[in-house]
Ligand binder design. Structure first.
Ligand code: 4NP
Length: 156
């Protein structure tokens, strides 16, 4: 039987700040719509500095404050991801450049900026890793909420 599941992979540089937040927010909306068995959702890094680590403490506290569950361990993107996922989302232009550079010839995934779905406009989801506080993480959360909702509405 044909596999009717859709799939989305969220990618950033380290996979400890933005992309695990985007994955968790998207999974939250998918669950809220009763579509969890229709989607495969994951996140990954373009670099392998943080492989195996939990998301950044500030990312965890922002999502906890908004009652969004997040369970992820950082992992690098692999060649199979490019054929196993329908959509691969980068957070900024560097992610998109790296994703395209690393793509195998047989890639079938649609590579897009997640921020292109933001009805309020800002297309880049900025890296908050070197910020002092967690305001940048709250901004990432708000952007992910708008973008993931718009993307899921379009796809379902
Ligand atoms: P992310 O943030 O790409 O949103 O996970 C970063 C995490 C770690 C580093 C850079 C960005 N780093 O250089 O270690």
């Amino acid at each position: 039987m044909a596999d009717l599941k859709k799939s989305a992979l969220f990618v950033c540089l380290g996979n400890i700040c933005r992309s695990p937040m985007a994955e968790a927010v998207f999974a939250h909306f998918v669950k809220e719509k009763g579509l969890s068995d229709k989607w495969i959702i994951d996140s990954a890094a373009t670099a392998d500095y943080h492989t195996g680590k939990n998301p950044d403490r500030r990312a965890r506290s922002v999502l906890e404050r908004h009652s969004i569950e997040m369970n992820h361990r950082a992992r690098p993107i692999i060649a199979d991801d490019y054929k196993n996922f329908d959509f691969i989302f980068g957070m900024d232009e560097n992610n998109i450049r790296d994703l395209k550079r690393m793509a195998p010839k047989k890639s079938t995934a649609k590579i897009e900026l997640l921020g292109d779905y933001d009805p309020e406009g800002p297309c880049i989801i900025r890296d908050p890793y070197y910020d002092d506080g967690d305001e940048g993480f709250e901004e990432v959360y708000q952007q992910c909420m708008r973008c993931c909702k718009a993307f899921l509405d379009k796809e379902s």
